[in-house]
Design a protein around this ligand. Structure first.
Ligand code: GDP
Length: 458
């Protein structure tokens, strides 16, 4: 494989910058561009050591920067290839210049995620572990980072490999009875195979179930704030976010577009969507906003329906109720700092059987209670990530679902006393679905798609 190079630290100015190189020519390129006070042969430099020196441009012998270079010798490196990391000063120009010199001396520009892709292709980590690295980098909360670290440490891979082992046992049993039909092992095999398939079913279902929390950990809870114009949607959004992001105005229907923001409740990201007022719109722009609001309310995991408690409920409020009555929702009665009818409205809305929280968005009162209600509704405190395998990736969940379906088919075939070799068709499909998670038989397109989401230099 070619020798690749990239700037691995974030774009912009920093204390130090890291230029990373991997591949068989890493050290020979380094020899051309790196000068130590006391030159050492590469054979004499141990892996996992750091050397001080200067990067020079071999064309004109000009010094580019003073650097520290870390050496990683194959196979003990991130990619399993010979690698080095040049720690330069974190100036954009300096890092760019060092990168150029590496390129001029034989390295190729790495693609996004190519270092990690090599770690996978060279067999150091499997695909689910590689995917966890991007999740660690993109983690928005500690819980998400923890779940991703577990995945990198092989929690998920071990579970998948364990199920694969069960399935391979089934395969062995089937083959034995197909190969030696003269022995009367059929009956025994049927029972044994059925037991194993049931065991696999249980394991797959258990993994699939973890995705409910996994999705919450990774993608967060999508919350739509809905309510009539002037009920206080923008003010609530601001109060929750504690900063003036959404524009609050005295006029009705000004929050025309939607604003998305993230916040963090007990370690779970909350994706807040502020929507335009839901009402019978007169002008076109307003209409688009309202359609969008309805659409977003449909997608949301949670609806916060906000009512102006200084006013009686009217027909427009009834329309709001229609939007959330069959969904996971919290009713918020706003403006309790003014003379309000909050208690009366609370009674009127009791029949909906939803949590009701009274607040003043303006005075930021009751926001803590609202956060607590959200946390309780999603049982956030019960979401444990320590020592748990949690499926957070939709691709993995889809493959587990597929494997489960084929497993069910296999069980049905077995119950129908069909010949055992019919089952092998399903067994192979189960293995393929599981292999897609760990990456043994995944297509190149999918691999490229996965690694394209990485950052450059990772
Ligand atoms: P939206 O149209 O639903 O987004 O409503 P806004 O957040 O723009 O609020 C409409 C008006 O009500 C603004 O003048 C706010 O200052 C005011 N308002 C919002 N929440 C409260 C509250 O808790 N108490 C009082 N007194 N006024 C509020």
């Amino acid at each position: 494989m070619s020798t690749i190079v990239a700037i691995s630290t974030a774009p912009g100015i920093g204390g130090i910058g890291i230029i990373r190189m991997s591949g068989e020519n890493s050290f020979s390129i380094l020899e051309k561009i790196f000068r130590q006070k006391k030159p050492q042969k590469i054979e004499d430099i141990k892996g996992y050591t750091i050397k001080y020196g200067k990067i020079i441009d071999p064309k004109n012998k000009q010094i580019i920067d003073e650097v520290l270079v870390s050496y990683f010798k194959k196979p003990n490196s991130y990619t399993t290839e010979d690698m080095c990391e040049i720690n330069s000063h974190g100036g954009v120009i300096v890092m760019q210049k060092i990168l150029e010199i590496c390129l001029e001396n034989g390295a190729q520009m790495a693609e996004a995620g190519e270092f990690t892709k090599r770690a996978f292709l060279n067999g150091r980590i499997d695909l689910s572990q590689a995917e966890s690295i991007i999740d660690i980098i993109n983690s928005k909360t500690e819980k998400e980072a923890k779940a991703s670290i577990h995945q990198l440490n092989g929690f998920l891979s071990n579970k998948i490999n364990d199920i694969k082992k069960d399935i391979l046992d089934v395969m062995v049993d089937i083959e034995a009875s197909i190969d030696y039909p003269e022995y009367d092992i059929e009956e025994v095999s049927y029972q044994k195979i059925e037991d194993t398939l049931y065991k696999v079913k249980g394991k797959l279902e258990e993994l699939e179930r973890t995705f409910y929390n996994g999705k919450i950990i990774k993608e967060g809870i999508k919350v739509a704030i809905i309510g009539k114009p002037n009920a206080g949607k923008s003010s609530l959004l601001n109060a929750i976010l504690r900063e003036e992001r959404a524009i609050v105005t005295e006029y009705e229907g000004t929050t025309r577009d939607t604003i998305e923001e993230f916040m963090n409740i007990d370690g779970i990201p909350l994706k807040l969507i502020d929507t335009a007022g839901i009402r019978n719109a007169k002008d076109e722009v307003e209409k688009i906003g309202i359609e969008k609001a309805k659409e977003i309310a449909k997608e949301a995991d949670l609806i916060i329906a906000i009512f102006d408690a200084t006013k009686e409920l009217d027909n427009e409020d009834k329309k709001i109720i229609e939007e959330f009555e069959k969904k996971k929702a919290i009713i918020v009665l706003n403006k309790i700092d003014l003379i309000s009818q909050a208690d009366k409205i609370e009674k009127e809305l009791e029949y909906l059987n939803k949590p009701i929280v009274k607040i003043s968005a303006l005075k930021r009162e009751g926001i803590e209670k609202l956060n607590q209600t959200i946390s309780e509704l999603f049982k956030i405190n019960d979401i444990q990530v320590d020592n748990e395998t949690i499926v957070t990736n939709t691709r993995h969940k889809e493959m587990i679902r597929k494997a489960k379906e084929y497993n069910n088919e296999a069980l049905q075939t077995l119950k129908a006393k069909m010949p055992l070799d019919v089952i092998t068709v399903y067994i192979k499909e189960i293995l393929e679905a599981l292999g897609n998670i760990t990456g043994e038989n995944v297509s190149e397109n999918i691999i490229n798609e996965i690694f394209a989401k990485f950052c450059l230099g990772k």
